[in-house]
Design a protein. Structure first.
Lengths: 269, 89
């Protein structure tokens, strides 16, 4: 196997690595499983290592395997959290520790909002539209974030179930890039022009194979579909959790708007 | 001597509201072209392979004199060549 990337990238004990064996794609999660498939996604096979429970394997690898297979088959997945309201989804993009899980968990306190993804949001192109597939059933939150959104917290980062988990795919209505601005007294949201929107979505795209022209052509076409369908915004806000309600409120208004609902407080006739 | 350029075979491009994203299929790298860069790319995709034709394409699209356009087009084409997105023919 010719290994092409590994994690952590800076070295040390390898947790995950990806490579090629002729026309096959091979992935290995240390102590968990190895995966092999042809570059078009056919012949996929997962071999667990040791005595890992199937449910634990699914929890740990299910979303990333869906993303990997999707990439080989011409779809993309975003490193993003995502929530849905009335079958319309919003995806939160951003660097590690940008607050993707935090804002999704706060929005899921609304009984009309359901969790689609906490970290990996697989997208599918069906009937001319891009849909976010439900991929994860738990938030992974720091204790201070869990406390801030009223969920039980322990002394470590924990997985917590939301009130509602989406049971079916939702049409992608918008992407929001999360950015901290500690000088911001109020959160500010701004729509990105097309080229910057493309760059933001491309940056969030989980890429597994970057040396196969067919996979790459399909990736660019999939990115173009996302940007054509879903406006991309940047939300700049303070990192202070005391302001989480206000930041999540901005995102919630955007989600209600793209879901076709009136602003709360508007007269209902 | 007339200089000719053409788009390299291993690239794939898409346009977005006047800007263009070019993907190098051998390295998996994305390149973003601004409006003027997109116009030059558009000339190349329209089989305008001669430097003079590309310069004329830019002059026709923007309020710029031919000498300035040629300087800018030459510099941009050199960048595209260095990145492997186009080749001299």
């Amino acid at each position: 196997v010719r290994w092409t990337c590994s994690f952590p990238p800076e070295g040390g004990a390898v947790e995950y690595r990806l490579g090629r064996d002729g026309s096959d794609v091979v992935a290995e999660w240390t102590g968990l499983a190895t995966f092999r498939a042809r570059v078009d996604g056919s012949g996929a096979r997962l071999d667990p290592l040791g005595d890992v429970e199937p449910a634990e394997l699914e929890r740990q690898l299910g979303p990333v395997l869906a993303a990997l297979l999707g990439h080989l088959r011409g779809e993309i997945a975003l490193h993003a959290s995502s929530v849905a309201r009335r079958d319309v989804a919003i995806a939160f993009l951003g660097d590690t520790c940008a607050g993707k899980s935090t804002i999704a968990s706060r929005m899921c306190l609304d009984p009309d909002v359901a969790l689609l993804a906490d970290d990996v949001a697989p997208l599918r192109h069906v009937h001319g539209a891009v849909w976010v597939q439900p991929s994860e059933s738990e938030h992974e939150l720091r204790p201070d974030v869990a406390r801030a959104v009223g969920l039980p917290s322990s002394g470590v980062k924990t997985r917590l179930r939301p009130a509602r988990r989406a049971e079916r795919a939702a049409r992608l209505g918008a992407c929001v890039v999360l950015s901290f601005d500690d000088a911001a007294t109020v959160p500010a949201i701004e729509r990105l022009p097309s080229a910057r929107a493309f760059a933001a979505v491309a940056r969030a795209t989980m890429r597994f194979v970057v040396d196969e022209p067919d996979v790459l052509r399909a990736e660019l076409d999939a990115l173009a579909r996302v940007v054509a369908q879903a406006p991309v915004y940047v939300l700049r806000r303070s990192r202070d959790l005391a302001n989480l309600d206000v930041s999540a409120g901005v995102a919630a208004r955007l989600l209600r708007s793209i879901a076709g609902e009136p602003e709360s407080g508007e007269a209902q006739s | 001597m007339t200089e000719h350029f053409k788009i390299a075979p291993q690239v794939h491009a898409r346009s977005f509201d006047g800007e263009t994203v070019v993907l190098d299929l051998t390295a998996g790298k994305y390149f973003s072209l601004d409006e003027v860069g997109a116009a030059i790319w558009d000339a190349l995709t329209s089989n305008k392979t001669q430097l003079e034709e590309i310069v004329q394409h830019v002059v026709a699209a923007y309020e710029v004199d031919a000498a300035t356009a040629e300087t800018d087009v030459r510099a941009f084409l050199a960048q595209l060549c260095a990145s492997g997105l186009i080749v001299r023919v």
